[in-house]
Design a protein. Structure first.
Length: 485
């Protein structure tokens, strides 16, 4: 049966959303899309997050469904909420992430603290009706929850102090949408039945101040009274909650002043180190930049160039000491050969920089973040980012110092174990030569010969044809990375 006051969908649901709703129905999961149903079209097309209330007894089935459909769980450890989980899926056809907030409890309140749990879960789920692809709660219950949510967000004295008292145009549209579809008599009957500690007069005052242009004092008075009546539902005391809210507001302001991005979500199952390799002209930087921009809107992402890592203090000191001797040779028209000990030492400290960058990247990935690497040292590729000391040592010149330098360099490279996801961009060498006119053609071809001769299935790696357009290559890379997380 369709929900009373439903509206016909204006847009078709994207694939991931449609498959999710079909699976929840076919497997009998008790759920509903519990808020923002005035904009359900935006939810079915992935433009809005999906706020799904799921019956706690169905949590295992629900979790199995979302994992089967390619959703990954990711959380912000500093802002996680009890009874709320976050899942993301990538819809390749729509080139869009779909974000599920899976609620097993209705946790509401100011966005900074979410301090109240409304005991309305069973009422929402028992009364849920079909509206297009989704199940939604009765309009009256959704309106009760919306009035409480907006009041706690915008109609308390601390909301005024933190400059969060303004109600958005979209929130007002949602309020008007529900008011036009809710039955007042049923509304107050359900309020008394499920939230008997909230006085009808208090609720009516909150609704009136939200709908009209009441003075700030009237709004604050109604908000404070409702917050007091909701004390049995609070996760922490009112004083503690206000303190936490002010602290988080201050931290957010400081981070903004320092131009530091807000904390992003981390993958619960662990992050990943993703490496993009290929010869000159493969488009590595384009793919790395594209992957980073795509992922960093939602997740903790670090971009890293392992071919040219940040130089450490040790490297800067060694290079500064080496520069005079190398410059002196240049003055007399000579160039230090690769086998010179000075150049060997520089090679070793640069290998150390790669090791340090890799070690930091591994720590980020282990803690749930994503690291996107431009280039990566691999045993199969010896012409780029590989041990050099032993290879360039002149015949018979491998004395104690050279042996120690070679052993130290090789130890750094041995520590760089394979990335979690390895993408090889492969292109015809002649196309690469045309893309890199500033490089000597034979130099480019030599690097590509080595890449083409590797059996990448045995490594293992994912090979992408990089001879196509940049959007096609990036689309393949996105789908591949998401499937491997």
């Amino acid at each position: 049966m369709a929900v009373r006051g439903s509206t016909a969908p204006e847009h078709h649901a994207i694939t991931v959303v449609r498959e999710l709703c079909e699976a929840l129905e076919s497997e009998g999961v008790s759920y509903c899309h519990w808020k923002s149903n005035a904009a359900l079209d935006r939810s079915r097309t992935g433009q809005n997050d999906l706020d799904l209330l799921v019956r706690r007894g169905d949590s295992e089935v629900f979790t199995a469904i979302v994992h089967r459909l390619g959703f990954k769980q990711a959380e912000n450890p500093a802002r996680s909420l009890p009874g709320v989980s976050n899942y993301y899926a990538y819809d390749r056809a729509a080139d869009r992430f779909v974000h599920i907030h899976a609620h097993y409890q209705l946790i509401v309140g100011d966005d900074l603290t979410k301090n109240y749990r409304l005991p309305l879960e069973n009422a929402f789920l028992d009364g849920a009706l079909q509206d297009g692809e989704f199940r939604v709660p009765p309009r009256e219950l959704e309106l009760i929850a919306l009035v409480i949510r907006l009041t706690l967000k915008h109609s308390t004295w601390d909301a005024l102090v933190t400059r969060r008292a303004k109600i958005s145009a979209r929130a007002r549209e949602e309020l008007a949408f529900l008011r036009a579809r809710a039955d007042d008599e049923l509304l107050y009957r359900l309020l008394q039945q499920h939230l008997p500690f909230v006085e009808p007069q208090s609720f009516a005052a909150c609704l009136r101040t939200l709908e009209g242009t009441s003075a700030a004092r009237a709004r604050m008075r109604a908000g404070q009274r409702l917050a007091a009546e909701l004390a049995p539902c609070a996760r922490r005391s009112r004083v503690t909650d206000v303190r936490l809210k002010l602290w988080r507001q201050t931290v957010g302001t400081v981070r903004g002043a320092l131009n530091r991005p807000p904390a992003r979500k981390r993958f619960v199952a662990g992050g990943a180190l993703v490496a993009v390799v290929g010869g000159d002209g493969a488009g590595k930087s384009t793919v790395v930049d594209g992957l980073s921009k795509w992922l960093e809107k939602n997740f903790a992402v670090t971009k890293l160039h392992l071919g040219k890592p940040r130089r450490s203090v040790t490297t800067l000191a060694v290079e500064a000491a080496a520069t005079p001797s190398l410059a002196a040779l240049a003055l007399v028209g000579r160039r230090a050969p690769p086998s010179s000990r000075v150049r060997m030492l520089v090679t070793v400290v640069r290998a150390r920089d790669r090791f340090i960058a890799y070690r930091n990247a591994r720590r980020i990935a282990t803690n749930g973040g994503l690291v996107i690497c431009d280039r990566f040292p691999l045993p199969e590729i010896t012409l780029m980012d590989a041990p050099r000391v032993r290879r360039v040592a002149a015949a018979g010149a491998e004395n104690g110092i050279v042996r120690r330098l070679a052993a130290l360099e090789e130890r750094y490279y041995r520590a760089l174990t394979a990335p979690d996801v390895l993408i090889v961009l492969r292109v015809d060498p002649e196309i690469a030569v045309a893309r890199k006119p500033e490089e000597a053609p034979e130099f480019v071809r030599a690097r590509w010969r080595e890449i083409w001769e590797v059996d990448w299935d045995a490594v293992p790696a994912h090979v992408i044809d990089a001879g196509r357009s940049a959007p096609e290559v990036l689309s393949d890379a996105k789908a591949l990375v998401w499937s491997e997380l």
